[in-house]
Ligand binder design. Structure first.
Ligand code: C2E
Ligand code: CA
Ligand code: CA
Length: 520
């Protein structure tokens, strides 16, 4: 806490210095601008060969600088002065002050001879009709107070403009005895920042030169205010802590609501899918896309994987949206068979039309494996279209092999009995025991995309998977091959077959036909 208090005190003295400096800069700018105004009028006067008092006052009155000044005066060399608002004043006893320099002067504050107001006078000597006159622009001294940052510690600070002797030029605070303040200022004239005592209270004072007329700005701030700042800072810290807690609470609440909404949206999306699925099947909205698989070494076509798409109202819904729902409600049993039948139809057509007889794989959801004699249906469909089962590869995910509801070894034996090929899909993600490779009649290992993605990075275990597969005499397919680099690496490491965007994305039936006809 002391650290914080010290810091606040340091900040307070720093900020009073900063404020004073800013005021000094602003005052400099204001005076410089007003001097420029006089200079500009003086220029116009000297340029005019036929100038007279009336024209000079006219120049002033028609300019846009009048709001800066109370009035304009023309002083003759004897001190006789006439103003634009009709006053005549005698400055004979101090005329020399105005005529001694050809530069623009700014007087210290003085009482107006016209009405006793406190004023300052800008002056510039010019020649009219071969006669020297001083052009005067008179400002209200109080107008300099504009530049004081009244907001210093919420108006609790105050400032003075003082001249080089420490006399007050502009008094920003009438509350104190001016004489006393001048004494303080004069006795601390060389100091930039100081703590002083006024009427028993401690004040910080800061001084900053304005760079004109040897004037400077002196600002005062009571140290009590700084103590108040300290209390305020402590209060702010407390409020901040509470605010942070509230923010955290409301964010958690928000997340909760969003999650609830998501869940609700999800379940309503799910309901929508379930409502439409049967009709969709009837209306042939489910269509088969084929993703080519190529031999790594020759890049010739090996076969393809059939992937379902749902074409609904000219939009394509991807399988990761609906397959999990269909697995839950068992509609997948119908869909997989439907897709399988479409694949068989296509294979028959390709064989007859183009003599193409390649291996097509279909995804078989694990939900089939709890159905009695599920494979009979596959056998029946294949035979209906005259398709050789050894041209059909059934993709079973590795995770299905560890499903406790299923005797996977028995099921695979059954599948094999009818001659289908078996692929283990997403291999490497299912945490199965490697013994499945040995104990079960598997033909092909499909190495999951996540391992292909690791190629070129450290800790890549793809070589190990490939060498194990070789040991068990299994064919290997790498899925999700996207780059030439991955293709080259996999080929070098002895992977047999490649599937992925590098070769081709999944294609519609027509696109796939074009693809194989071009490749062959
Ligand atoms: P999957 O069996 O692992 O199929 C491979 C998925 O990877 C496909 O996604 C395919 O489009 C995508 N893919 C292929 N090459 C690349 C590549 O280079 N980069 C990337 N990023 N992705 C690639 P898709 O078609 O969206 O299918 C998703 C999943 O849906 C399939 O994963 C499969 O588990 C399931 N699925 C698709 N069709 C059927 C089906 O008829 N029956 C069943 N039961 N499941 C299906
Ligand atoms: Ca698959
Ligand atoms: Ca896969």
């Amino acid at each position: 806490m002391t650290y914080m208090i010290n810091k606040i005190e340091a900040n307070a003295s720093k900020s009073i210095q900063t404020i004073t400096k800013t005021d000094a800069n602003n005052l400099n700018t204001k005076i410089t601008k007003q001097k420029e105004m006089l200079k500009s009028i003086a220029n116009q006067i000297t340029k005019d060969n036929d100038i007279n008092e009336e024209k000079i006052f006219d120049l002033y009155e028609r300019s846009d600088i009048t709001s800066n000044f109370i009035r304009m005066g023309i002083m003759y060399e004897n001190g006789y002065t006439i103003t634009n608002d009709g006053y005549e004043v005698d400055y004979s006893e101090e005329k020399d002050n105005f005529f001694s320099s050809s530069r623009i002067g700014l007087s210290e504050n003085r009482e107006s001879k016209i009405n006793g107001e406190e004023i300052n006078i800008y002056s510039k000597v010019v020649e009219i009709n071969k006669e020297k006159v001083a052009i005067l622009l008179i400002v209200d001294t109080d107008s300099y107070k504009d530049i004081f940052s009244n907001q210093i510690f919420e108006g609790e600070g105050f400032s003075y403009i003082v001249n080089k002797d420490g006399n007050i030029v502009v008094n920003g605070n009438e509350k104190f005895d001016t004489k006393k303040i001048m004494d303080i200022i004069q006795s601390n004239i060389g100091q930039k920042i100081k703590i002083v005592d006024i009427d028993g209270s401690k004040y910080y004072i800061a001084r900053e030169d304005i760079g004109i007329n040897n004037w400077s700005i002196v600002s005062f701030i009571q140290s009590k205010i700084i103590a108040g700042e300290i209390n305020k800072a402590l209060l702010i810290t407390f409020i901040l802590v509470i605010a942070v807690i509230l923010v955290i609470l409301s964010i958690s609440g928000y997340i909760l609501v969003i999650n609830m909404k998501k869940r609700k949206n999800y379940s309503s999306a799910e309901k929508e899918i379930e409502k439409n699925m049967k009709k969709a099947l009837k209306n042939n909205e489910f269509v088969v896309y084929y993703q080519p698989k190529i031999y790594a070494k020759t890049e010739k076509i090996y076969g393809s994987e059939a992937l379902v798409r749902w074409k609904k109202d000219n939009k394509i819904i991807m399988p990761n949206i609906f397959i999990p729902i269909f697995e839950k409600n068992k509609f997948i049993l119908k869909l997989d068979l439907y897709i399988f039948e479409k694949v068989c139809m296509d294979m028959k057509e390709w064989k007859e039309k183009y003599g193409i007889d390649i291996i097509i794989s279909v995804n078989v959801s694990r939900e089939h494996f709890t159905e009695k004699n599920f494979i009979n249906k596959y056998v029946q469909i294949a035979s209906n279209y005259g398709i050789d089962t050894n041209k059909i590869d059934l993709e079973i995910t590795e995770s299905a092999t560890i499903d406790s509801r299923i005797n996977i070894a028995k099921i695979m034996e059954e599948i094999k009995k009818y001659g289908f090929l078996i692929s283990i899909d997403d291999f490497g993600t299912g945490y199965s025991s490697l013994s499945i490779l040995h104990d079960m009649p598997i033909d092909i290992l499909k190495i999951d995309k996540s391992f292909v993605d690791q190629i070129g990075k450290k800790d890549n275990i793809i070589e190990n998977i490939l060498s194990i597969a070789k040991k068990f005499k299994l064919k290997t397919i790498a899925e999700g091959v996207e780059t030439k680099n991955q293709k080259d690496y996999l080929t070098k490491e002895g992977c047999d077959i490649l599937q992925g965007y590098y070769c081709s994305k999944p294609l519609s039936k027509a696109e796939f036909e074009k693809f194989i006809n071009e490749k062959n």
